[in-house]
Design a protein around this ligand. Structure first.
Ligand SMILES: Cc1ncc(COP(=O)(O)O)c(C=O)c1O
Length: 375
């Protein structure tokens, strides 16, 4: 039987994730597997936790990667905090806010949703009004809404919540590693991410951090955390000093994340964020030259996820298929109400380079011309 792995092509990953993985990270993934309680591996874990604290700008003790993708991070955040009847406010303007609503609802939370039009940012006045009207146990928002390309004002929401009893929960799956995040300064209590976006590691881990306030809520639960695998009181015994076996850590994935973070710190986070911004601006300029329009107004655009409106008369899917088959480039389509209406172009982590921007713009120009001829 033919080995399918031998024929995997090199595709330029310019969709909503996964992003391109640098060679150093591939190399790290293929290092020799150690036991998950091996003393040398424990040293790697300690450094990994410290690098995560640095990229999140937090001193939180409970900071480590959950075994699982970004959704496992989301699930871990809610499942550890929500007890039946807890009031939760979800600030929603896209698919991932919608997913939060579903996750919190399944846990028996009393979920309240403040929804904004997809493609527009969260309105701070409305948030402030809502939070003053009712006190919530948890207030949750997505920083970088990958489904629309909107950057939500997480710093300002943190300022509104300062001094309140609410636990502030932020999804940074798409933003961590591409935008500055200051967890402690922004009063964020719970933050989770994913490895396959701006951290430029394959999918499989969800960095997570809990503040003291979030830990107090977890430790004060009247009921057990209803999910054994994601119960942080158990997992913390492995990632903390006790080193008690919980589940077999995905050792090689953790090597990958360790190396991916080293790559970011070697370049310097500020330079990495600047590279994201510059390439985003170069992409927008090129798209505008092609006559394309962006979905999101300028001040709210994410550098790492660019939502482009599909022009009238152009078949969204056929352009994407052509990019993939002929030019070996992957971009994403729209989700939910934006399906068929937008393309989502990712400039995440290692992908955010000018040569990739240029290659995509040339390919897109040809694919658009072809699609107009067909129409
Ligand atoms: C903002 C956001 N949150 C959560 C997720 C879920 O992550 P995963 O697909 O890795 O489970 C994603 C994935 O695209 C995302 O973009």
């Amino acid at each position: 039987m033919k080995n399918l792995l031998e024929d995997i092509e090199e595709i330029l990953l310019m969709g909503p994730g996964p992003s391109c993985v640098p060679p150093e990270v591939y190399k790290a993934l293929s290092r020799k597997t150690l036991g998950h309680l091996d003393p040398y591996f424990l040293d790697i874990m300690e450094e990994l936790k410290e690098m995560l604290r640095r990229i999140m700008n937090t001193r939180n003790n409970l900071t480590f990667p959950i075994s699982g993708t970004g959704s496992a991070g989301m699930e871990a955040a809610f499942v550890n905090l929500v007890e039946p009847g807890d009031s939760v406010l979800i600030i929603k303007n896209g698919v991932f806010g919608m997913r939060m609503e579903d996750v919190a609802g399944r846990l028996g939370a009393k979920v309240d949703v403040l929804e904004f039009t997809w493609g527009t940012p969260v309105d701070l006045e409305a948030v402030e009004k809502k939070i003053r009207q009712e006190s919530y146990r948890i207030v949750a928002v997505v920083h970088a809404e990958t489904s629309t390309g909107v950057r939500n004002p997480v710093t300002e929401i943190g300022t509104i919540l300062k001094g309140s009893d609410s636990i502030y929960l932020v999804d940074t799956v798409t933003s961590l590693g591409g935008l500055e995040i200051r967890m402690d300064d922004w009063n964020i209590d719970v933050l989770y991410s994913g490895t396959q976006k701006c951290l430029s590691c394959p999918p499989g881990l969800a960095p997570l951090s809990f503040s003291e306030k979030a830990m107090a809520k977890l430790n004060g639960r009247k009921t057990k955390v209803p999910n054994w695998y994601l119960d942080l009181t158990l997992i913390a015994n492995y990632w903390g000093q006790n080193r008690v076996y919980h589940h077999t850590a995905p050792v090689n994935m953790l090597y990958g994340l360790y190396q991916a973070l080293r790559v970011i710190f070697e370049e310097g986070p500020e330079k990495v964020f600047q590279r994201h911004r510059e390439n985003h601006l170069a992409l927008i300029k090129g798209l505008e030259k092609l006559g394309l329009k962006m979905l999101v107004d300028e001040p709210y655009r994410l550098p790492m996820l660019n939502a482009v409106c599909v022009p009238d008369g152009v078949d969204e899917l056929s352009v994407r298929r052509r990019l993939r088959s002929e030019f070996k480039i992957e971009i994403g389509g729209g989700l939910g109400p934006l399906a068929g209406k937008i393309w989502r172009i990712g400039l995440m982590g290692h992908t955010a380079r000018i040569e990739n921007v240029t290659r995509l713009l040339m390919a897109l120009q040809e694919a658009l011309q072809e699609s107009k001829k067909v129409a």
